[in-house]
Ligand binder design. Structure first.
Ligand SMILES: Cc1ncc(COP(=O)(O)O)c(C=O)c1O
Length: 406
């Protein structure tokens, strides 16, 4: 992969922040957008803007073709069997809430268990807490090893015949832990449970094959994979989605409406109430084209090399505590002595380096790490070794600046 060529596709990177060339290390929060995506959205609004599935006019059919064309691109990207299994929505949070409302609340009862890990993002905790409160089901947590991994043995020891849902991140947004979804799905299925995969940090960075992993649900956000904000995907196995009631009711998702009752459209549209996120879906289609052009395996390899280099360099910085396992996705979470991550982030920003600071929507995990907050640098296909060097230089500057803490 030619990273310099890739970088040219991202106009936002070509600017100075506080007098320094921008180094963007916050892609786990949201990724930057390549020209191809910006232009696809621009072209849609300039030439094709129309509502979908309704108008019997040329713009309407162009918009519908592009919107449904994007669905087929997503289907291929994750290797779903059918576009009926690909539901467009606002993102991972909406995806998990849809499963919680439309599936879990109707399938779980007192005595049932929902199994999670402590590495989950709030989006994969709170909807399940609410399901537990509404149904009387209980929540159980797979313990974490000291490096922030969950072993298959611990999954086996936690999942029981009463478990109805195993909900787990493909990749942790804090620790970078990569969970073995295929093996975890098998354990869930052996106990008659379904597996819900939070793919927010998985789909942008690694080859996802929902059939090979045999996951029941997989949900992700377009904005973390170079697409616009506001678009996401919920994949579900057809037989499960068929049994689920819609989550939102209104236009677009109906077949017939009578005064006292109505019927729903077939999949996937019964889950897409209201005017959908048309430009977002078209942008997501363009983002998938872009990622495919670069090659998802090439991206994976590039990120693997980059995180290897980042760990090597960061390990040389004294007083830096790095969290998470050795084998990790392309992100690194850390603290510099007792410096609050917000202060650290401010110093790095003054050097043009954008990182994340705070609890990363993972307060239970912060508690487990025994910290109030951490800093996080996350990498994507447009980052290079110079970005890592600039991060390390910034950390050394911060050490000088906060000298009295050391
Ligand atoms: C692991 C994980 N899950 C869920 C989410 C929520 O994604 P969104 O805000 O796009 O719905 C995020 C976002 O940071 C995440 O990292």
């Amino acid at each position: 992969m030619d990273v310099n060529a890739v970088r040219k596709e991202f106009p936002i990177l070509d600017q100075e922040i506080n007098g320094h060339p921008l180094v963007y290390l916050d892609s786990s929060a949201t990724a930057q957008k390549p020209l191809k995506v910006i232009e696809a959205v621009n072209e849609y609004y300039r030439f094709n803007n129309s509502n979908v599935h309704r108008g019997v006019h040329t713009l309407g059919s162009r918009a519908t073709d592009q919107y449904e064309g994007a669905r087929e691109k997503v289907r291929r990207f994750i290797n779903a069997k059918s576009t009926a299994e690909v539901i467009f929505n606002r993102g991972t949070t909406t995806g998990i809430n849809t499963i919680a409302y439309s599936y879990a609340r109707n399938h779980l009862t007192e005595g049932d268990e929902i199994v999670l890990t402590q590495m989950e993002h709030h989006s994969n905790i709170i909807p399940w807490q609410q399901v537990a409160k509404a149904t009387g089901a209980s929540l159980k947590y797979i313990p974490l090893q000291s490096d922030g991994t969950a072993t298959l043995e611990d999954v086996r020891n936690t999942v029981t015949e009463n478990t109805k849902i195993l909900a787990i991140a493909h990749v942790s947004n804090v620790l970078g832990t990569i969970n073995p979804i295929k093996e975890m799905a098998k354990i869930a299925h052996d106990h008659g449970a379904v597996i819900v995969v939070d793919g927010a940090q998985g789909a942008p960075h690694t080859k996802v094959d929902v059939q090979d992993m045999d996951c029941d649900f997989y949900t992700f956000s377009g904005h973390k994979m170079c697409a616009p904000t506001g678009i996401g995907v919920l994949y579900g196995k057809r037989e499960l989605l068929e049994k689920m009631e819609p989550f939102e009711f209104g236009g677009e998702m109906i077949d017939f409406v009578n005064l006292y009752d109505s019927t729903w459209k077939e999949l996937p549209w019964k889950f897409e109430g209201g005017t959908p996120i048309i430009a977002g879906a078209i942008g997501l289609g363009a983002a998938i084209d872009f990622l495919n052009d670069v090659g998802i395996e090439a991206i994976e390899e590039h990120e693997h090399n980059l995180i290897g280099y980042a760990m090597e360099r960061m390990n040389t910085v004294e007083d830096l505590t790095i969290y998470g396992p050795e084998k990790r996705a392309a992100l690194v979470t850390f603290n510099l002595a007792d410096v609050h991550s917000h202060d650290l982030s401010t110093v790095l920003d003054s050097e043009g380096v954008a990182i994340r600071a705070g609890h990363h929507c993972a307060q239970p995990l912060m508690k487990w790490l025994e910290v109030v907050a951490t800093a996080r640098a996350s990498f994507y296909l447009y980052n290079n070794k110079e970005d890592v060097d600039r991060l390390v230089d910034g950390l050394l500057k911060a050490k000088e600046y906060f000298g009295d803490v050391f």
